[in-house]
Design a protein around this ligand. Structure first.
Ligand code: ADP
Ligand code: F6P
Length: 325
């Protein structure tokens, strides 16, 4: 199908939702309308493609969505799509609806699905939408900034009460296997300790010692941010209390981190990436990930992008350590 003139495109959101996905969908639909394309919104991720849940969209279909969290197309995880037969079914439905190119907004699991579709002959472009910021080829993922701001607001509130009671608060944040949310939110909230899966730690040296030192320097509370990839915050709080005598509480922030109106940064980047995705398809490109590199929106081959490794910033880790004195 590659290099065929693009007249009809589809867009779907897949995997965990993220604030800014609506801005991305809107940008795809409106850029499509600008270039005179027919645009289908596909419901519930790859499930909708397999089951034929497609709806034609126009510029007005995405009115009043820019400021909303979640995704107006809904999202899902689809096991059937991981099988070859599922991909074949999806390609068949795309042909039935006359779809010449597809745009997938999601995380790296969704990207693997996008790659399978491209390999099966349906030109596909993937766009990073996940609060985790764990897409290797991209410095930024849609939803990350909103999530960080939500975590910042919540941890600031916990700090008020932790400080009043002179307690230690152990707070688990999302991020799947990655520690980006924990690291940046930890710096933004002045955490005494940040634990991320990318760095091994010793409980006595890296958790207990800084808490006791903070207390001896006159701090009224201790904030410990723990990435979900480390987990175990309830037991950790109990152990801290038992070993230091400092009253401790655990909080798992959970799905509240995925909701809410997207920040300006998320809206703008999602809009840029959405428009770029459509323009790539129009330029005859397929099997690409739209991403951010050196602060610019660009695109990379999907196979190469999936192979890349993303390092966590040692500079930020060191900064967090310096500032926790
Ligand atoms: P995310 O896209 O946020 O990483 P998931 O890992 O749950 O979320 O993936 C979302 C969907 O992408 C899955 O439900 C499945 O349909 C598809 N997918 C995930 N991994 C693969 C894979 N290895 N091959 C093909 N499709 C996949
Ligand atoms: O990928 C986004 C994310 O929120 C992760 O941070 C978390 O591990 C996971 O999704 C939670 O998924 P679910 O919504 O299925 O509980």
């Amino acid at each position: 199908m590659e290099n065929k003139t693009i007249r009809t495109i589809g867009v779907l959101t897949s995997g965990g939702d993220a604030p800014g996905m609506n801005a991305a969908i809107r940008a795809v639909v409106r850029t499509g309308a600008y270039y005179g394309l027919k645009v289908f919104g596909i419901k519930r991720g790859y499930n909708g493609l397999i089951n034929g849940e497609l709806e034609e969209m126009n510029a007005r279909s995405v009115s009043e969505t820019l400021q909303r969290g979640g995704t107006c197309l809904m999202t899902a995880r689809c096991l059937e799509f991981k099988e070859e037969a599922g991909v074949r079914k999806a390609c068949h439905i795309a042909r039935v609806f006359g779809i010449d190119g597809l745009i997938v907004i999601g995380g790296d699991g969704s990207f693997r699905g996008a790659r399978d579709l491209s390999n099966a002959g349906l030109p596909t472009i993937a766009m990073p939408g996940t609060i985790d910021n764990d897409i290797s080829c991209s410095e930024y993922t849609i939803g990350y900034d909103t999530c960080l701001n939500t975590v910042k607001d919540l941890v600031d509130k916990i700090r008020d009460t932790a400080s009043s009671h002179e307690r230690c608060s152990v707070i688990e944040v999302m991020g799947r296997a990655a520690g980006y949310i924990a690291l940046e939110a930890g710096i933004a909230c002045g955490a005494e300790v940040i634990l991320i899966p990318e760095k091994s730690y010793s409980f006595d040296e890296d958790v207990l010692r800084p808490i006791l030192e903070a207390k001896s320097r006159g701090k009224k509370h201790a904030i410990i941010i723990v990435a979900e990839g480390i987990g175990g915050v309830i037991e950790m709080a109990q152990e801290i209390e038992a070993k230091t005598g400092i009253e401790s509480r655990a909080t798992i922030l959970g799905h509240v981190q995925r909701g809410g109106s997207p920040t300006v940064r998320d809206r703008v980047i999602a809009s840029q990436m959405g428009a770029r995705s459509v323009e790539l398809l129009l330029a005859g490109k397929a099997n690409r990930i739209v991403c951010m590199q050196h602060g610019e929106i660009t695109d990379v081959d999907i196979n190469e992008g999936l192979e890349m490794k993303k390092e966590i910033s040692e500079e930020l880790i060191s900064l967090a350590h310096k500032l926790s004195v």
